[in-house]
Ligand binder design. Sequence first.
Ligand code: PLP
Length: 481
Amino acid sequence: MEHPPETQRDEGYKYEWIKQSIGDAIDSGALSAGDRVPSLRVMSRKSQLSITTVMRAYLDLEQEGRIESRPQSGFYVRRKQRELAAPRTSNPDLKPTRLDSLDFHFEIMNAMVDTAIVPLGAATPAAELLPLAELTKRLRQVGALHKDAYGYEELVGNRKLRAQIAYHMLETGMNVHMDDIIITNGASEALYLALAVLAGPGSTVAVESPCYFGYLHILETLGIATLEIPTDPETGVDIDALEQAFDLYDVKACILQPNYNNPFGSLTPDAKKQRLADLFAARGVTLIEDDIVGDLPFAGPRPRTIASFKPELEAIYISSFSKTLSPGLRIGWIYSKALHSDLHRRKMAISMNTNRPAQLALADYLAGGRYAKHLKNYRAHCRRQVNQIAAAVEKFFPEKTRLSDPKGGFLLWTVLPERIDSDRLYRAALAEGIGIAPGSIFTSQNRYRNCIRLSCGHPYSASIEAALKRLGELATASVGD
Ligand SMILES: Cc1ncc(COP(=O)(O)O)c(C=O)c1O
């Protein structure tokens, strides 16, 4: 193990460095389940850091569910209490489908914003994990700092904000011009614009299966049929099936979320991203790449986009700050070089432009350079919360439950035994004040009825643990129904 670099030997770094080193050793397989991690004394000597600092880092790793202490013996890489198998690759019918009704979706979405329920349903971050004091300070200042702060904004969006976003996007591997970016009302409006421009009523758009239910709302609203493609819970969309879909149907566009997709949390490896980029280029199908949680890896560098593997690919990129800074600011963006003008016209027709004070405040915040620091802490929280909820699922849920193993974001996909109907489980849980997202809303086909998505956006607490225990009981009881 290397020493922390001299420049990083101040208190905050020391502690983070130990966590990172042990975490990396586990992620890379250098340390596996059951292995002893270096003792406090050995680690302290090797790293030249105090035993207290090492202890603090170890306790944190223990809280995250990565290591465990054994009395009189030391710290060990945690063995899972029960090895839960991963969900299987999905196998939807490869044919375009339309939803019969959005009624259940609307009911669930309305329930999701109810802050009184235990928040395992909505994919939203807890307020206490967000830099709200910083954002509020800047929101308060916009009137004084910016001329005409409450007037209309430049139609494509605030210049300073677009420049910040173009700079930030370098991390995705994409070198984009700020003038090709349009600021939108969240990623939702960006998706709506992309689909409205690319695909009219009666046309077909391909998505991963299961997929984020918002895609289904928009597709349905625009009269577009959904073509669901088999998807691997670890590595994302099945390329052979996608090719087959392109052979069989006139697919106008394909929405993919290669970085920690919703709901699987899958991360498409770089080699597969390259193949996908080649496929989209060869087939002339437009890729709409949703990168909304790409900033949230648990370890290692921020993943690249598919589009970054082929700069000449005319893909559309969408994202927002809803999962990393504030869902309520409603600031998202869409990038496309080729379709910029069409997207802009649509945007003017739908909402003219996006909330100017929010854009100004966000541009000021991003310019302060604090986003990277916030992400660093926030990612650690997401990872810890995902591990803690996964451990509770292992402990409380029925035999034969399967569980995804995301490498970023804050969602877990849980496959319950076949006999469980998660629509019913959803209702039973809600009646007891517990929110979950039932699997049926992640498809336009009659599927995933025994699955639920659990959101891990909130710090683990006694009430979350009690809710998971109760969910396990309700699920176990319904196995026998
Ligand atoms: C994958 C994905 N895309 C887009 C959105 C919509 O994001 P926004 O709140 O920015 O409109 C969400 C929100 O949950 C999402 O999970």
